[in-house]
Design a protein around this ligand. Structure first.
Ligand SMILES: Nc1ncnc2c1ncn2[C@@H]1O[C@H](COP(=O)(O)OP(=O)(O)OP(=O)(O)O)[C@@H](O)[C@H]1O
Ligand SMILES: [Mg+2]
Length: 297
């Protein structure tokens, strides 16, 4: 299988994307509900591996997002969450192998703009809004798939309806928005591309608890528009409120998976996030108060 990323060259390791094996093997998976017209899951990742030189960030990860579902990928710092999403979205600069299918269509190895054109968009970690540009200009950056001015205005209207604050602040520089508002803007920019599948990288990161609740409500509202959502989070409690199924990523591997209900009491979740909690407590004790981004939200 040839790769068309980086102008037809395979990844830095010299090895192109390899087609994966069919099925998730022994993993039960979250499937069963909400199959698409084609009957295929919205997203199916099979044996995905991501390497940066000698560092293996993701090792043979397989997971499935049924059409119409919200599925969470939980993991602590450095677990490989962003590498997984970046590889799926075609935006990571690394050696990648495995099979990625969007509604049954093989998209692994394609560059990000082609993947967006097929209907899958990444909402990146840290929001990445363009601070000096206005809220509306940021939204329009996501609209390059829309062919006519009329289509763009229609999409903008839909986004404003979902997030009225983006209409109210349309002329403000995006950098003046709070962290939570910037997350709404990042969601809105993704919706402007009219995706079927949205990959969200830690949308709750750095936000105060009340704003985390609003972000989770926004994820639910986006899903209610018919978008399938793969939600990457360190905030397991928040993610398990909205997802139907979850996978735990630990040091690049799937350590556990199951329905959201079972994962709330899963020992692996407790272990991974107890560790996270302890290291976070240690870090804040070392750094002192006032380091949290929450103050900005
Ligand atoms: N560009 C890179 N070059 C080398 N190593 C990298 C690069 N990006 C990530 N890594 C390494 O890959 C591993 C997984 O990183 P990744 O960013 O995917 O984790 P993550 O789960 O998203 O973490 P976080 O919660 O901090 O965002 C880590 O060990 C990280 O140091
Ligand atoms: Mg990350």
């Amino acid at each position: 299988m040839s790769s068309d990323r980086a102008g037809g060259q395979p990844g830095p390791g010299g090895q192109p994307w390899r087609g994966g094996q069919p099925g998730l093997g022994e993993q039960p998976g979250p499937g069963g509900q909400g199959a698409s017209r084609e009957g295929a899951p919205a997203l199916k990742i099979d044996r995905l591996s991501v390497r940066y030189g000698h560092i293996t960030a993701v090792a043979s990860v397989s997971l499935e997002l049924p059409a119409g579902a919200i599925v969470a990928v939980l993991g602590a710092n450095g677990a490989g969450k962003s590498s997984t999403l970046g590889a799926v979205a075609g935006s990571v600069k690394a050696h990648v192998s495995g099979d990625v299918r969007l509604f049954g269509e093989r998209v692994g190895g394609r560059p990000s703009h082609r993947i967006v054109a097929r209907g899958m968009v990444l909402v990146p970690e840290g929001r990445r809004v363009i601070a000096p540009l206005s809220v509306e200009e940021n939204l329009l950056l996501g609209a390059y798939r829309q062919r006519s001015h009329k289509q763009v205005r229609a999409k903008l209207g839909e986004v404003h309806e979902l997030f009225p604050v983006l209409r109210e602040r349309r002329g403000s520089p995006a950098g003046l928005l709070s962290g939570g508002e910037q997350q709404m803007l990042a969601f809105g920019r993704a919706l402007m591309a009219d995706p079927r599948v949205i990959l969200m990288d830690e949308p709750s990161m750095g936000l105060a608890p009340a704003m985390v609740d609003r972000v989770i409500d926004a994820v639910r509202a986006i899903n209610a528009l018919g978008k399938s959502v793969l939600l990457v989070e360190q905030n397991a409690v928040a993610a398990l409120r909205v997802a139907s199924y979850a996978y735990v990523l630990d040091r690049g591997r799937i350590a556990s998976s199951g329905s959201a209900q079972t994962m709330r009491s899963d020992p692996v979740v407790a272990e991974v996030f107890l560790g996270l909690h302890e290291s976070a407590s240690r870090a804040s004790a070392e750094q002192g108060p006032g380091r949290s981004e929450a103050a900005r939200s």
